[in-house]
Design a protein around this ligand. Structure first.
Ligand code: CP
Length: 311
């Protein structure tokens, strides 16, 4: 976290804990609308080469609540459309002296490549199929609102694992904190090499087996935009074998929570009955995104002295 935030992989458990603690500190601001001046005089550019609702808006709200100036730009509305390269685009933005660039890109490793060339802090808001670190941080924060610790939890991550940066960042974070992670989906969408990242990660192709005894069920969207070939015969068949229905919940622990990073596709990977049921925390995840992103921005760009008490 010294210069930017590129992924969970490079963070220590102490750094992750510091982000979660700071997010907990800022969480009460969610409803009060109170603004702080921790980042007054700082400018943050949000550069999104891929669509986003949750990540982009919550980063912007987080920056503004800390008093920063923000500018947002999408690839569709920028000179990228005129053929400007990624590096030239970033050099152009850096010439205007932002303090940080929050970026999302479809190429895995794009922010890591730029961080090697640029002095400005880069925050990864999702790079291809690689990492989405702030999603994993807000997911951990949300789990810890319902469970006393991550250690020993069984977390079933179900869906299109192969194309999911959310799955990768989550399995890295959760296994660092001692959770047991089961990755489940159709065999072509569950890369066996992910199980080699940690002894706490296992694979399953059977939803019932993955959910049995789970404390947390994390459903993923099928990322058709990243698939060049069909990985399963039809949406109906996918839902039949890998969609989450209410009757599955009997297999999980009785206090199990259901998560989804969004956007959700009702009837494709999750029924409305489960998405909207009392132990679904999908909208809590969205809400927590603001506090967690405030914590990341504050720890990266804010003053060294501790934040003020929040009323
Ligand atoms: N979870 C997530 O990254 O959502 P968005 O694509 O809407 O930002």
């Amino acid at each position: 976290m010294k210069k930017g935030l590129l992924g969970i992989e490079a963070l220590t458990t102490e750094e992750i804990q510091a982000i979660l603690d700071r997010a907990r500190h800022y969480k009460p601001l969610e409803r009060s609308g109170q603004k702080l001046d921790r980042l007054r005089g700082k400018t943050i550019i949000h550069l999104f080469y891929e669509n986003s609702t949750r990540t982009r808006i919550s980063f912007e709200l987080a920056a503004r609540r800390l008093g920063a100036d923000t500018v947002s730009i999408t690839a569709q509305a920028s000179s990228v459309q005129k053929g400007e390269s990624l590096l030239d685009t970033l050099n152009t933005l850096v010439a205007m002296h932002p303090d940080a660039i929050v970026m999302r890109h479809s190429a895995s490793g794009a922010p890591h490549f730029l961080a090697r060339y640029l002095e400005t802090s880069i925050i990864n808001a999702g790079d291809g199929t690689h990492e989405h670190p702030t999603q994993a941080l807000l997911d951990a924060f949300t789990i810890l609102e319902y469970k006393p610790t991550l250690e020993g939890l069984k977390v079933a991550i179900i869906g299109d694992i192969a194309h999911s940066r959310v799955a990768r960042s989550n399995l890295l974070l959760l296994s660092k904190f001692g959770a047991q992670v089961v990755l489940c989906g159709p065999p072509p969408l569950v890369p066996p090499e992910l199980a080699r990242l940690s002894p706490r990660v296992s694979l399953s192709y059977d939803v019932d087996e993955a959910i049995r005894g789970a404390d947390v069920i994390m459903m993923l969207r099928v990322q058709l935009e990243r698939q060049n070939e069909p990985y399963f015969p039809s949406a109906q068949e996918y839902f039949r074998f890998y969609g989450l229905r209410l009757d599955h919940m009997r297999l999980a622990r009785e206090d199990a929570i259901v998560m989804h990073p969004g956007p959700i596709n009702r009837g494709r990977e999750i029924t409305s009955e489960v998405a909207d049921f009392p132990r679904s925390v999908i909208l809590n995840q969205v809400a927590n995104g603001v506090a967690v992103r405030m914590a990341v921005l504050d720890l990266l760009l804010g003053p060294d002295q501790p934040p003020p008490e929040i009323n």
